[in-house]
Ligand binder design. Structure first.
Ligand SMILES: Cc1cc2nc3c(=O)[nH]c(=O)nc-3n(C[C@H](O)[C@H](O)[C@H](O)COP(=O)(O)OP(=O)(O)OC[C@H]3O[C@@H](n4cnc5c(N)ncnc54)[C@H](O)[C@@H]3O)c2cc1C
Length: 367
């Protein structure tokens, strides 16, 4: 009997659970460690904020999925891996022994560097944390005469959240509430095609969202954010949506990680230093680098499931041959969205309907 432990119920692991539900791995006892009984699908989170979906429509009930898959569920976070004695330590004190372990625990928001960030800002991750506080943020916006929300981080996620929050304010006729999007580069959405970035910038203006580019936040103070040019923005709340950082525990375990702490894996999704460790999603540094995005975490899922099955049953593992480009779909409010594929980009209401269909279809696989 092989003991396989899955750490995190991320985009790749939900597909491993679905594969186990279809056909269990022979002679294998599987345990899932996850701090939450459900996985909020980030692609639909802006739609929940805007009021298009209920939170249940955006949540994969991983505890039910685990039960259907015959997987033991531990509701806790992994805090450390003892790689030599093959044990996972959990925040609730449980210690779980394994023969093989797979990690899809996602990224964290880097809260270390900017003064005041821990005390005076709300990180977007863990997403459950944001989901818990958003209703009270909205309630304050409804009851204050003036309300300003600053979003620090103008990448795809921060920009999409700005559009979603502004849309919610508009739907609720909160004309006194405004959103300010703060970022380090001139245009928002770094890394995406310039035409899409131009289109996003013009839509931000149309929707009355102020974009302060080229001025990253340098400090979070009570009721205000200081920018790199020393100017200060008064705001009622600050949401931090800066890029994906690695949790500390994988590198602390002694596994080979890249300079940023992401787990280095081979094309078979095995740790380059410990072949009984697998990793996928944003926590992994792939042999052929891919952007940190849900799209690639989803793409890694089927191969991860096949390779875990092969490893546990002594068969040959396959190599990941993922395409380089991913389709990026960014909702921009008013049931309109922008799409980018490599250098190409397009926008329209039909793009939003396309995104809506893709997201709902993905969720149907697990609910
Ligand atoms: C608002 C927003 C919108 C986004 N929209 C898109 C989009 O439209 N398209 C796209 O491609 N990307 C999008 N992204 C990026 C996307 O969310 C990430 O790239 C994606 O979630 C990475 O998937 P993952 O499986 O690696 O990790 P995650 O989806 O973060 O899943 C990790 C899971 O592991 C759990 N976990 C965390 N720590 C531990 C631990 N120590 N022990 C056990 N379990 C743990 C978490 O609770 C979570 O359930 C968006 C991000 C945000 C914030």
């Amino acid at each position: 009997m092989i003991r396989l432990v899955l750490i995190g119920g991320g985009h790749a692991h939900v597909q491993v659970l679905a594969a186990l539900a279809r056909q269990p791995f022979a002679d294998c006892e599987v345990t899932l460690i996850s701090p939450f009984p459900r996985q909020i699908y980030s692609g639909m989170l802006p739609g929940w904020i805007a009021g298009h979906y209920s939170i249940e429509q955006c949540a994969i009930p991983i505890v039910d999925l685990a039960r259907r898959s015959g997987v033991r569920f531990i509701e806790s976070a992994c805090t450390a891996l003892d790689i030599e004695s093959k044990r996972a330590h959990c925040a609730n004190g449980e210690i779980v022994a394994f023969d093989a372990v797979s990690i899809d625990s996602g990224p964290i928001v880097d809260l270390g560097s900017v003064p005041g960030i821990l005390e005076n800002a709300i990180p977007i991750r863990p997403i459950e944390g944001f989901v818990a506080v958003w209703p009270s943020m909205l309630e304050r916006a409804r009851h204050n005469n003036a309300y300003t929300l600053s979003i620090v981080g103008d990448g795809a996620a921060g920009t999409e959240l700005a559009f979603a929050i502004q849309e919610r304010f508009t739907i609720e006729q909160l004309t006194h509430a405004r959103v300010i999007l703060i970022g380090g580069s001139k245009l928002a959405l770094t890394g995406l095609p310039e035409r899409l970035r131009d289109a996003a910038l013009s839509l931000l203006k149309q929707r009355n969202i102020e974009h302060l580019g080229e001025r990253p936040a340098s400090a979070f103070l009570p009721g205000r954010v200081r920018l790199s040019d020393a100017s200060e923005i008064a705001c009622d709340a600050s949401l931090v949506v800066t890029g994906a950082a690695a949790p500390l525990w994988p590198a602390a375990s002694g596994m080979a990680c890249d300079a940023n702490g992401f787990i280095r894996v081979t094309a078979t999704l095995q740790s380059i230093s410990h072949r009984f460790v697998f990793a996928a999603g944003d926590v992994a540094a792939y042999a052929e680098p891919r952007p940190k995005s849900g799209v690639f975490a989803v793409r890694a899922g089927p191969l991860l499931a096949d390779n875990l099955r092969a490893y546990c049953t002594g068969r040959t593992l396959c190599r990941w041959n993922s395409q380089k480009n991913a389709l990026y779909l960014i909702s921009t409010g008013k049931r309109h969205a922008l799409a980018a594929w490599g250098p190409l980009s397009i926008g329209g209401d039909w793009v939003w309907r396309w995104k809506d269909r893709i997201d709902r279809r993905f969720m149907q696989r697990f609910t």
